[in-house]
Design a protein around this ligand. Structure first.
Ligand SMILES: Cc1cc2nc3c(=O)[nH]c(=O)nc-3n(C[C@H](O)[C@H](O)[C@H](O)COP(=O)(O)OP(=O)(O)OC[C@H]3O[C@@H](n4cnc5c(N)ncnc54)[C@H](O)[C@@H]3O)c2cc1C
Length: 370
């Protein structure tokens, strides 16, 4: 390059603000790392969201998604997939707001695009009702959903056992459609997929430079996390196309969520219960409770009954550690333990996880000689 042009380029770079230079520096070093191999363990909504975020943002890495179960056999597949959240006790509220907002915005953009039917994402309006007035009348996510307001007395009349209610429009993401759509997007961006059970992280350390753990309840064994536990949930899918609004009891045990092809009604929240078989007493209880809220459900045909185990934890684990595996120091980034809110928080926590992977790359990259 001509000396004058080089000087001008250097001067322009120098003039540029610090962030741009930092980003350029990051990309230059990243380009030197073409061969970084990342593995994401888990093919549920957390694993695929994370894998897509990584492969699309870091095209210079090779990204493999590995799992023993894929759609339609993951917990994520049976989730109603409605976007709500409870507040976790020890995660800064600002971070939780980010997780919710990033996920909501991502899925809203899909719902408003021509991809909506093939991705299984739709807008959903309805009510959350409470038997007692809750201490927090406006949850932290109320500013991100659409048109959040308190229900009027007239609206509440149809729920005589309930004293308080919220009305809003949120999103519903049906994972049995969304996961195959994400997988296609992942492969299109160059990601590779492998069906395999991972018995321990050592197995991965020879073939990968960064391990991303999105194994949900599997983390109990895979990384020996004693804090992760199942919360059993049973739901029914029924044919009731006349039901157009969601209804959720604020205690989280009873809900009616209309979807694209059927209505999901539930549910149960049985902590520490590992049973995966359908329980007829639960089915009876679900039908009774839901018909009390929406009497026309007595006429609905049951299409399917399903049980899933929510991968629960006091707080989801979205963090990075460096682990010695077979004599090598390997960055391990965790993203699991979302409990009953995995679909809601998947994209937001995936973006956080991407940030932690970038941080690992940054530390691995050879520092430029000045
Ligand atoms: C009845 C019910 C209703 C729900 N409704 C909602 C809702 O309305 N909204 C909402 O946001 N959330 C809902 N959820 C919660 C949601 O389903 C979960 O939070 C979410 O599915 C968790 O996703 P995940 O990817 O972490 O786990 P999973 O979907 O369980 O995926 C885990 C993946 O890790 C793989 N894996 C685990 N261990 C290993 C290993 N050793 N080797 C290889 N692979 C491994 C598994 O094969 C699987 O692919 C509901 C859950 C239930 C049960």
């Amino acid at each position: 390059m001509h000396l004058g042009t080089s000087c001008l380029l250097f001067f322009l770079l120098w003039m540029w603000n610090g962030n741009v230079v930092k980003e350029l520096n990051y990309w230059c070093r990243a380009a030197m790392m073409k061969s970084v191999r990342v593995v994401v363990v888990g093919a549920g909504v957390i694993g695929f969201s994370t894998a897509v975020c990584i492969v699309e943002a870091l095209p210079f890495c090779s990204v493999t998604l590995m799992a023993d179960k894929f759609s339609p056999d993951t917990t994520s597949d049976g989730a109603a997939g409605i976007l709500f959240a409870a507040q976790f006790p020890d995660i800064p509220l600002q971070r939780q707001k980010h997780w919710f907002k990033d996920s909501f915005d991502h899925l809203l953009a899909i719902a408003q695009s021509q991809c909506a039917p093939e991705a299984g994402v739709m807008l959903s309006s309805g009510w959350q009702i409470f038997k007692e007035v809750p201490a927090v009348k406006k949850p932290f996510w109320s500013e991100f959903v659409i048109g959040f307001r308190l229900m009027t007395d007239v609206e509440r009349k149809r729920f005589p056992d309930h004293k308080f209610g919220q009305a809003f429009t949120t999103l519903k993401c049906e994972c049995s459609t969304y996961l195959p759509w994400l997988e296609k997007r992942f492969r299109k961006a160059g990601g590779q997929v492998e069906q395999r059970k991972v018995n321990n992280l050592q197995e991965l350390s020879n073939n990968f430079d960064i391990i991303v753990n999105c194994s949900g309840l599997g983390s109990k064994v895979l990384v020996g996390d004693t804090q992760v536990y199942p919360v059993r949930g049973q739901v029914l899918k029924v044919e009731a196309p006349w039901v157009q609004h969601f209804i959720r009891d604020g205690d989280g045990t009873t809900y009616i969520y209309p979807g694209i092809r059927s209505v999901t009604i539930g549910g149960t929240r049985q902590e520490g219960d590992w049973r995966l078989q359908v329980d007829d007493r639960d089915t009876k209880g679900i039908l009774e409770r839901c018909s009390r809220l929406e009497p026309s459900l007595n006429k609905a045909k049951i299409l399917n009954e399903w049980v899933g185990l929510r991968p629960s934890r006091k707080n989801p684990r979205v963090e990075r550690e460096v682990v010695e595996l077979q004599g090598r120091l390997v960055p391990v980034v965790h993203n699991y333990g979302h409990g009953g809110w995995g679909v809601t928080l998947a994209w937001g926590t995936a973006l956080d996880t991407l940030g932690l992977v970038k941080q690992s790359l940054h530390e691995m990259a050879p520092q430029p000689k000045l």
